[in-house]
Design a protein around this ligand. Structure first.
Ligand SMILES: NC(=O)c1ccc[n+]([C@@H]2O[C@H](COP(=O)([O-])OP(=O)(O)OC[C@H]3O[C@@H](n4cnc5c(N)ncnc54)[C@H](OP(=O)(O)O)[C@@H]3O)[C@@H](O)[C@H]2O)c1
Length: 255
């Protein structure tokens, strides 16, 4: 696919780039600090657009000018507790979603595929109708983004939220192509609830769901690189992906 990559200079976006290239996607980077793009990264990009993810018009123009059929939003960072004073994280998410929807409407044709970074708290807990974030009130901004994306028409934006837990680099150096040990084969994925989530401790009165979440959440830390290979692999399926319209949780496979 032709992918507009937002946040290509960050921890996630910089690992997404080699994975997207490995899987044959054409990548246009949308960045606010182009000087942070090393020459070897610049060389594999179809183009670089300089702008802010808060600028809906510039985002839309980039999608249309480059005829992108997918967007990967990895720009900004969610606050661990509360909301940023300016609400920038949520405003950026809203601008990205609106830009995609308006670009699709203006261009017509199929929905634009979008992978949007989100967080672990918006996955389902073991209690029906309750999110993990209802028991672990961290990164609350993701909940607002979930409410917004759920209101969108799937004919405009074929979204998936990557509900990431903590991610750490496997390799300090970011190479293109990525090393062979960075692969979707190293992760297991599930829609809407974390893969292999178990309904433990429900017999403990009142505290059961809290203990369940705090006891299990630590097992969902991943590398940065394997999930990026997973997303790049999924983008090869285009609009046929089983993860369209889903929140997606990942877990590292046992070695
Ligand atoms: N890393 C994790 O463990 C983790 C876990 C769960 C979820 N996430 C989520 O993953 C996403 C990316 O996280 P990250 O760790 O990659 O963050 P990061 O390393 O801080 O990267 C953020 C990126 O966003 C760009 N950016 C920020 N504001 C921008 C703006 N207004 N316009 C254009 N670009 C802007 C930054 O550009 P500059 O280089 O110019 O600053 C940078 O490329 C976030 O949504 C985060 O909440 C991350």
């Amino acid at each position: 696919m032709k992918v507009l990559l937002l946040g290509a200079t960050g921890n996630v976006g910089s690992r997404a780039l080699p994975a997207l290239i490995k899987h044959g996607h054409t990548v246009v980077a949308y960045v606010r600090s182009p000087s942070k793009l090393a020459p070897d990264k610049r060389a594999v990009l179809a183009d670089v657009v300089v702008g802010s993810v808060l600028d809906k018009s510039a985002l839309k123009a980039a999608i249309l000018a480059h005829d992108c059929d997918a967007v990967f939003h990895a720009a900004g960072v969610a606050q661990m507790l509360g909301r940023s004073k300016t609400g920038e994280y949520n405003r950026a998410f809203a601008a990205v979603v609106a830009a995609i929807v308006e670009a699709r409407e203006e261009r017509s044709g199929p929905a634009i595929r979008a992978w949007l970074m989100s967080g672990f708290p918006v996955l389902d807990s073991a209690v029906p109708g309750r999110l993990i974030g209802d028991y672990m009130p961290m990164f609350p901004e993701h909940k607002e983004n979930l409410a917004l994306i759920r209101k969108q028409n799937e004919g405009d934006i074929a979204w998936s939220l990557f509900c990431a837990n903590q991610m750490s680099p496997k390799h300090k150096e970011i190479r293109i192509p990525p090393p062979d040990d960075c692969s979707a084969a190293n992760v297991v994925a599930n829609a809407d609830s974390p893969p292999e989530w178990r309904d433990t401790l429900k017999w403990v009165p009142l505290l059961g769901p809290y203990l369940n979440v705090f006891g299990l959440a630590g097992g969902y830390a991943t590398s940065l690189e394997d999930p990026m290979d997973f997303i790049a692999t999924d983008l090869e399926k285009g609009l046929q992906s089983e993860f369209v319209g889903k929140r997606v949780g990942l877990k590292m496979k046992k070695a």
